[in-house]
Design a binder for this molecule. Sequence first.
Ligand SMILES: [Zn+2]
Ligand SMILES: [Zn+2]
Length: 315
Amino acid sequence: MLYCGICGSDMHFYKDGEPEFVNLYPFIIGHEGSGEIVAVGDRVTHVQVGDRVAIEPGIPCRVCEWCTSGRYHLCDKMVFLSAPRANGVMREYISHPADLCHKLPDTVSAMEGALIEPLAVGMSAAAKSGIGLGHSAAILGAGCVGLLTMLSLRARGVTDITVVDLFANRLDKANELGATRVINAHGSDPAAEVRSAFRDLGPDYVFETAGSMHAAKQTVPMVKRGGKVVIIGNIVGQIPVDFQLATNKEVDILTNFRYHNVHPLAIGAVASGQIDLRNIVSRVYRFEQTPQAFEDCIEHRDTMVKAMLKIALDA
Ligand SMILES: [Zn+2]
Ligand SMILES: [Zn+2]
């Protein structure tokens, strides 16, 4: 392994654990990894020793209804690295199916390679939503996935994007990366504030990336009549949704779970310069600083947007 990003779910495992899986600890977390091939199986031809690759961490069963129909991300036998029972990528070596190791061209760095996984989430949601040239959007949450969703929308020709978050540093980062405007959700009525930014009509699309009940509740009131709400974040708990309002506005509510067949497209978008990942990472930690990196992510959400572990010394 060369680099590994620290994701919200890693922080969740580190900080809160997973009570139903408590007897599985210790296990290795991390699912946003890039690596360098050190050995391949006999029949592997698309990568060779020395190649740098982005790891697609979900290993599908390949035979079920969802796998054979191409929607393998919905496989109910999926083994996802770092989801309990499958060790993740925060380690020096992993053995992984070759077709889930996506070769990085020379123009894509190993650190960018570790961001391909969260980028694939944003690109998948953007593609599934059907958003494109001329549409407007609000993105709730300016964490890694929120920012990468924003870059995905911009690459699809969307120029009117409002980003909402609670942390000023994240909003600064969203501005730096091309948000049209940012709104701090500390205000009294963020949904009304967002609507007013779009001529009091609301945006055509609202993407929930924060994984927050509070943000999710505002999506239907916020979106334009006839618009679309796209849920990407992991929202824990039950949220009352005003379906009468949703129906009256004829809001489409879509969900996006991970990605399928997106990694090669994501690598292509970065290699071609359509998506620039170079300014996403806040701080890089050496592998032995991993506990410090986690503590900083948890304690300093006001300054940390994305932490990255450099696993190989010479990466
Ligand atoms: Zn992640
Ligand atoms: Zn399957």
